[in-house]
Design a protein around this ligand. Structure first.
Ligand code: ZN
Ligand code: ZN
Length: 260
């Protein structure tokens, strides 16, 4: 199983889980259950919990999926011979992990490996975002943005209700919990929706974060937006695009790219 032993990343990943549990607790036990409205509580409680579950499942898959690591130390004479290179073909060798670096792979200092189509190393998921786990990372940012928005709307309705009916009896602990949830929701809504937008743009243009930063010359084929999306989320388009439990069939997406 793939797991990066990086203290900072492990702490950030645990904090992420605790923040989602905190939001779930306040939404259920401070806002919904005490509201007394059975239907309102049931519908919102189910939707919020489902989105929170999908966010945590995406987080697990993003963290525990190999992002596309290149085999370590494969830059041996025998391996290079077996590649049967044409004369004039140049190979890049990574001095840090002793691997033959495929095009568009980059070495990550935290993972101590070369990662195919590395976008960036994200401490919140304690992993690199690369070719094989980008789908889960994008879903993670999307579901966190959705639960943040949902939490903010619920807090908004809660306070609106207080203007109509006096809530001065609610304790200062309740108020503190609600204010903290609003701050958390606002902060994460801004952060994750910006990240989601950046990721989708970089997938559609088929240019990773590192390639954009380095302003690298494009040496790979330009494909359509739809083909680029399928290369990350799988082919063909289905509901599975939104599910962290469906592994995108990149083999099929590759064959599809060659067909057109
Ligand atoms: Zn390397
Ligand atoms: Zn990394």
């Amino acid at each position: 199983m793939w797991f990066i032993r990086d203290t900072c990343g492990i702490v950030c990943a645990i904090v992420t889980w605790l923040l989602v549990f905190y939001a779930e607790f306040v939404v259920l036990f401070v806002i919904l259950i005490p509201s007394g409205d059975y239907m309102y509580s049931a519908i919102n409680g189910i939707v919020f919990s489902l989105l929170a579950f999908l966010a945590l499942a995406s987080h697990c898959r993003a963290m525990l999926t190999d992002p596309g690591a290149v085999p370590k130390g494969n830059a041996t004479k025998e391996f290079i011979k077996s590649l049967q290179l044409k004369s004039g073909q140049v190979l890049c060798n990574c001095p840090q992990c002793g691997s033959i670096k495929p095009a568009r792979a980059h070495h990550c200092r935290v993972c101590k490996r070369c990662i195919r189509k590395m976008d960036h190393h994200c401490p919140w998921i304690n992993n690199c975002v690369g070719e094989k786990n980008q789908k889960y990372f994008v879903l993670f940012t999307m579901y966190v943005a959705l639960i943040s928005l949902h939490a903010l709307i619920l807090v908004g309705f809660h306070f609106l209700h207080c203007f109509e009916e006096d809530c001065s009896s609610s304790s200062s602990t309740t108020m503190t919990l609600l204010i903290l949830l609003s701050l958390e929701g606002l902060l994460f809504l801004i952060f994750t929706s910006a990240m989601f937008k950046t990721q989708i743009l970089s997938i559609c243009t088929d240019e990773t974060g590192i390639e954009q930063l380095k302003k690298e010359d494009r040496r790979w084929d330009k494909k359509t937006t739809w083909v680029n999306l399928k290369a990350v989320f799988g082919h063909p388009f289905s509901l599975g695009w939104a599910s962290p439990f469906v592994t995108p069939d990149q083999g099929k997406a590759d064959r599809y790219q060659h067909m057109i």
